[in-house]
Ligand binder design. Structure first.
Ligand code: G6P
Length: 744
């Protein structure tokens, strides 16, 4: 407000000054115009005086009486304006003059002056007007009367006029200034609130624009405003822009092109036996979604469990295969696990113990001694593989997730100079919850072999540091976010993970949103305007699939007009199906789906479509583009990348994201509709809001979400971690040099 006022005054002061200056400049013009007017008046006046005197003059001339003429002149100059009078014969001889008549003003000169626009003459320090008027007697021109009128009154009047004009202009300037300020204030406020209303899509600026005929115009206007705003946002400098090239450059410059080794349980490509031979699949895993583009950018070796039925068929003698198939950008080294190892390490300790331990999803963790043994053994086997794959003594090793809590310390023992970056993709619980794990100290000590431990959020970092504090003898420096234990210092940092933002070429290959909408709806036998929410998850109890179906049920209960006009399409990729907890969960979801469909399904239209099968990325992308809403209702999630994939897929800037506040992504994606999935009423209302949200609001929210995901992409995630690692390596090198004994 103050700024606006200041701005307006900055404009108005020059306005007032300009008006006054203009008045000054106009004064000479004004003077000359008024002088001409007065001169014309005096000429008329002179003619009148001459007419009045004509008879007396004619008589005096006939009589030849100079005295009579003198008397006549003396009476005439008693008029205060008339200074002098002279009488000229037609031959130019000055016959008679009054006392003040200048000696040097002959008749010819007087006539010359009279021919000018303003006939004037300096006389006795002032100016006089010269008038030459014929004296007519009975129609005959007898002589000319020269009248000299005082002009000083013109000057006096002109000075008065100047004063009034300047005062008037200054007053006018001030009045204009005040009116402008008031009008600008009023119309600015009105304009701003009108524009805001427009942008919200709530209403139009004036009742006039509310008229139906103007609605298309207003919509167009709104559209243009948005386009401009978007263009502006996109044009903003992206100083912190991260892409594969920048990540590669960072590796080259800061890590001297050192070899990158990734270790994870889940492999990025799974080879299975298909009908027509071996088929290659991408698993449903947030970890793989995020880390794979980083590996493609940086090359190196990815060590993972070879879990596919045809995995052995495609590897070389060292169990390596180049991936992605066809473009061979990095090496996948497969580790084979026995069924017992897989059972104990993967299903048992990792997924029945650590997974429920770290997720607050109210499933009780199970800890078995035999699982723990298998977990330790498998971690050692992966450590062997890292050492075998390392080409130098100080490789950069990226250890992924809760399957490998012991691995960092095992690698550190064998490769003390390695840079080990461990990323924990799932939440870290509070110390009390973690405290129930019988092997909590071993796990913490294993993790503290890392150079850096990364979590998605600060909150998880804090939980981890408190857990270490509660369980180990370690020096914790909260200010620097470091933990020192067994002479090893570990940085604990948050690095919110993300996805690779699709590039031009990738986007160009996508079918249009309209095609995706009609393809998906026609596959389900639904009409074109049917509202569709999609959920894309692993079939996991942490994902809030049950809560989401309950929300759909409640929404349809509260708003029966949507029955038959809205459906949820839930993709649930089977996951960890060997485990009882997962089997029971799948059963339960199927039952609830059936119940809701019995209540709210209509011929040719289900309320919930459950597709419990694996979908490849292109199919999932088609669903994202076909959807009106994407529902992510995790009960607890480290980050959740489905929501980011949905955002990346919506280059039309439409579609609504409904997101659980218990997913790490909720901290970043604030323009989503954030819900508590445990609160069925709130989720049902949010669902209704999502399917009825006006297009402009969708565009505004989605536009902002897209900027966030584009800028905070996975290359930034990896880049920040690697840059921190590079700093750390440098520091360690300097410290080592300083501790070396001097040979002087
Ligand atoms: C989560 C974990 C990943 C895991 C993924 C899929 O995202 O953080 O480590 O790969 O789930 O689970 P799965 O057991 O099938 O690998």
């Amino acid at each position: 407000m103050m700024n606006t006022l200041r701005l307006q005054f900055r404009f108005l002061v020059p306005l007032v000054l300009t008006l006054v200056a203009a008045a000054y400049l106009a004064l000479p013009l004004l003077d000359s115009v008024t002088l001409r007017w007065f001169s014309r008046d005096l000429t008329l006046r002179g003619a009148l005086v001459t007419n009045t005197l004509s008879d007396s003059l004619a008589a005096a001339l006939q009589e030849g009486g100079d005295l009579r003429l003198q008397g006549l002149f003396i009476r005439a100059v008693q008029d205060e304006r008339l200074v002098a009078v002279g009488l000229c014969k037609l031959n130019g001889e000055l016959l008679q003059r009054s006392a003040a008549y200048p000696m040097d003003l002959g008749c010819a000169h007087a006539r010359e002056l009279f021919a000018e626009v303003v006939p004037k003459l300096p006389l006795a320090g002032g100016m006089v007007h010269v008038g030459v008027h014929p004296v007519m007697v009975e129609g005959s021109h007898q002589a000319d009367l020269v009248l000299l009128h005082d002009l000083s009154f013109v000057e006096r009047r002109s000075q008065d006029t100047q004063k009034y004009l300047i005062a008037f202009m200054a007053a006018l300037g001030v009045i204009i200034a005040l009116i402008t300020v008031v009008v600008a204030q009023l119309s600015w406020r009105g304009w701003v609130s009108g524009a805001r209303a427009l942008l919200r899509g709530e209403g139009l600026v004036t009742p006039l624009l509310n008229q139906r005929e103007l609605a298309p115009l207003a919509a167009d206007f709104r559209e243009r405003l948005r386009d401009l705003e978007d263009a502006y946002r996109r044009s903003l400098d992206r100083e912190d822009h991260w892409d594969p090239e920048r990540l590669r450059a960072l590796l080259r410059s800061q890590l001297r092109g050192d070899e990158l080794i990734v270790v994870s349980n889940r492999e990025p490509y799974i080879h299975e036996k298909g009908d027509g031979g071996v088929v290659c699949k991408r698993p449903a895993s947030g970890l793989v979604t995020a880390v794979e583009p980083v590996m493609r950018a940086c090359s190196g070796t990815w060590i993972a469990h070879g879990s596919g039925g045809a995995d052995r068929q495609v590897v070389d003698r060292q169990d390596r295969v180049m991936v992605p198939p066809g473009s061979d950008e990095y090496t996948l080294r497969r580790i084979w696990l026995t069924p017992e190892e897989e059972q104990g390490y993967y299903y048992g300790f990792a997924n029945e113990g650590l997974w429920p331990l770290c997720h607050v999803a109210h499933v009780r963790p199970v800890f078995r001694e035999s699982d723990w043994e298998a977990y330790r053994r498998v971690n050692e086997r992966f450590a062997d593989a890292v050492v075998a794959e390392a080409r130098s003594e100080d490789p950069v090793v990226l250890v992924q997730d809760y399957h490998f809590a012991l691995l960092p310390a095992l690698i550190r023992k064998r490769l003390p100079r390695a840079t080990i970056l461990t990323f924990w993709h799932i939440p870290w619980p509070n110390p009390e919850s973690f405290g129930i794990c019988p092997w909590r100290n071993e796990l913490l000590e294993g993790l503290l072999g890392s150079t850096i431990i990364g979590f998605h959020t600060r909150f998880h970092c804090k939980n981890f540091m408190e857990t270490v504090d509660r369980n180990l003898e370690a020096r914790i420096e909260v200010e620097h976010s470091t933990i020192t234990s067994n002479k090893q210092t570990t940085l604990v940092e948050s690095y919110p993970i993300s996805i690779a933002w699709p590039d031009e070429a990738e986007r160009a290959a996508w079918p249009s949103v309209a095609d995706c909408r009609s393809a998906v709806r026609s596959r389900l036998g639904l009409p074109a305007d049917h509202k569709l929410a999609v959920g894309v998850d692993r079939f996991d109890y942490t994902k809030g699939i049950l809560e989401r179906i309950h929300a759909v049920e409640r929404m349809l209960e509260k708003h029966p007009d949507w029955v038959g006009r809205f459906s949820l399409l839930q993709v649930a990729a089977p996951s960890r199906s060997e485990l009882d907890e997962y089997k029971l969960f799948q059963q339960r979801i199927r039952q609830v789906t059936e119940r809701v469909n019995t209540r709210f399904g209509r011929p040719g239209c289900l309320a919930v479509y459950l597709l419990a099968e694996h979908h490849e990325h292109a199919a999932v992308n088609e669903l994202y583009r076909a959807a009106d809403v994407c529902v992510v209702t995790s009960l607890h999630d480290g980050m959740n990348l489905v929501c980011k994939e949905f955002i990346a897929a919506r280059d039309d800037e439409q579609g609504v994201l409904l997101l659980s506040r218990f997913a790490g992504a909720a901290a970043e994606l604030t323009e989503a509709l954030i819900v508590n999935p445990y609160h069925v009423e709130e989720s049902a209302d949010a669902l209704l809001k999502a399917i009825t949200m006006p297009a402009p609001e969708q565009r505004e929210r989605m536009g902002n979400l897209r900027i966030t995901v584009r800028d905070y992409n996975v290359f930034r995630w990896a880049g920040r971690m690697l840059a921190d690692a590079a700093r750390w390596r440098l520091r360690e090198r300097i410290e080592a040099r300083m501790q070396r004994p001097s040979h002087d």
